[in-house]
Design a protein around this ligand. Structure first.
Ligand code: PLZ
Length: 449
């Protein structure tokens, strides 16, 4: 078998998608795997490198999703792979709270250094984004001795019981899985395209509405945490208007509320900064990370002001696998790749190249109402032109365009509360040529509508 680094960075179809081998494997999947799991791309993957995935039929597929914003450093990035092999040969597990090891400490040091703010920080590690968010809320409640948590419309935070309570979308995440955890309050989000009030004063009006609701419906002194994604991921890359995140952070600080940034999808160079809160100079009290941190291996982090993290008694936080040494080795490889390969600048470059391409499509196809996002986290929202307000969501059109992309070997994800958003999360090492090729396929997809 060829090594992954020998995979040429080009799209190449040798069968239909799915090909015969994938079709057979997907039949086995249907027999063996729970029907509760979704399927976005119907091809079974065998090898990957940088921005190309190769399926078991030998098709080379352009990766515009990075496993939902995980392989920011590229698929099978060399520093990640080498670190994983070396660590697996040394040892694979002790449980950090039983017998510690150095790379867990090094990942915490890196998170403390890289997350926004120069104050004294401390971290803990977990296995998934949802687990990081659960821990963040546990810690914020313990520190403030307050119960309430404030979240936002269109938010997504995970699939565990507490994080389902934080989600804003019923189908498919929450439906039939309740009852959910209490003391969660959902606030309006300034979603510019769909905001009913005047757009000129959206930031001020949204902040006024939210702070009033907090005061009247909960009481600020009962709020442990305000939790927000700086750009909403599953919600459709909704990017709050300028001044909103700083205003919210300021309100939290004034009221002794822990301001938590869920940077699970936005973190690790994705948006053209190491963390998305940096775009407006916001310094959250606490940051949750996962996805891009591990460069493909499961790991998550909670990083916060030292006094918040240390407010918990010893033994109050933990878990068997959290910060597994192999995942920590991968994380150190991913972080080194971001810093040594200049991937923050690459994300900004992708934002320009891909953004220009998407804006050109918007000019050509009136169904594209908006191009939004930052850096290499961009999305387009698809609507029915001439519908009520001109913004009626068109999820069927998105499904049709993405079907075309799939059949032509380009993997692209949808998103959005209304399922009408196409989101782009390419590995940050993707070449301009592959971006251009993916855009051409997308263009042809829109032409089929
Ligand atoms: N917070 C902001 O984006 C995960 C979900 C995929 P886990 N988003 C992808 C799916 O269908 O389950 C996410 C996120 C933000 C938290 C999470 C949860 O991260 O690692 O999936 O638990």
């Amino acid at each position: 078998m060829t090594t992954t680094t020998e995979i040429t960075q080009e799209r190449r179809l040798v069968t239909a998608i799915p090909g015969p081998k994938s079709t057979q494997a997907l039949q086995r999947r249907a027999e063996a795997v729970s029907g509760g799991l979704g399927l976005t791309f119907p091809a079974v993957i065998e090898r990957t490198h940088d921005a190309i995935m190769v399926d078991i039929d030998g098709n080379q597929i352009i990766d515009m999703g990075s496993g939902i914003g995980v392989t920011n450093v590229g698929n099978t990035a060399s520093r990640v792979v080498e670190n994983v092999i070396e660590q697996a040969q040394a040892f694979t597990h002790t449980c950090f709270t039983v017998a510690p090891y150095i790379n867990y400490i090094e990942v915490c040091e890196a998170l403390n250094r890289l997350t926004p703010g120069t104050h004294k920080k401390k971290s803990m590690l977990a296995n998934s984004g949802a687990e990081a968010v659960e821990n963040a809320i546990k810690i914020a409640r313990h520190y403030t001795k307050r119960p309430a948590v404030v979240v936002f419309e269109h938010a997504y935070h995970g699939r565990t019981n507490l994080t389902m309570a934080l989600n804003s979308k019923n189908m498919p995440y929450n439906d039939g899985f309740g009852p959910f955890a209490p003391a969660v309050y959902r606030m309006p989000l300034p979603y510019e395209l769909r905001w009913i009030g005047p757009k000129e004063s959206i930031t001020e009006d949204a902040l006024e509405m939210i702070t009033q609701k907090i005061e009247k419906e909960i009481g600020a002194k009962n709020v442990a945490a305000i939790l927000i994604e700086p750009i909403q991921g599953e919600g459709g890359f909704i990017t709050p208007p300028k001044g909103f995140l700083p205003g919210l952070c300021e309100y939290a600080t004034k009221n002794g509320i822990v301001f938590i940034a869920d940077e699970v999808q936005t973190g690790f160079a994705r948006t053209g900064n190491m963390f998305a809160m940096e775009h407006e100079g916001v310094v959250p009290d606490m940051v949750t990370t996962a996805k891009g941190l591990g460069g493909g291996l499961p790991i998550a982090g909670v990083t916060a002001r030292a006094e918040i993290m240390d407010s918990v008694h010893a033994g109050g936080l933990g878990g068997t696998f959290g910060g597994n040494p192999v995942s920590c080795a991968a994380a150190l490889g991913a972080i080194a790749t971001i810093e040594e390969e200049g991937l923050i600048a690459r994300a900004q470059h992708i934002g320009q190249v891909l953004g220009d391409g998407l804006r050109a499509l918007q000019a050509k196809y009136p169904v594209i109402a908006e191009v939004r996002g930052r850096g290499a986290m961009l999305a387009i929202e698809v609507v029915i032109p001439g519908s009520k307000g001109g913004i009626e969501p068109d999820a069927a059109a998105v499904a049709k365009v993405l079907k075309h992309c799939t059949e032509n070997g380009v993997f692209i994800l949808s998103a959005g509360t209304y399922g009408n958003v196409i989101r782009f999360l390419p590995p940050l090492v993707i070449s301009d040529a592959l971006i251009a090729d993916a855009l051409a396929v997308l263009d042809a997809g829109f032409a089929t509508l």
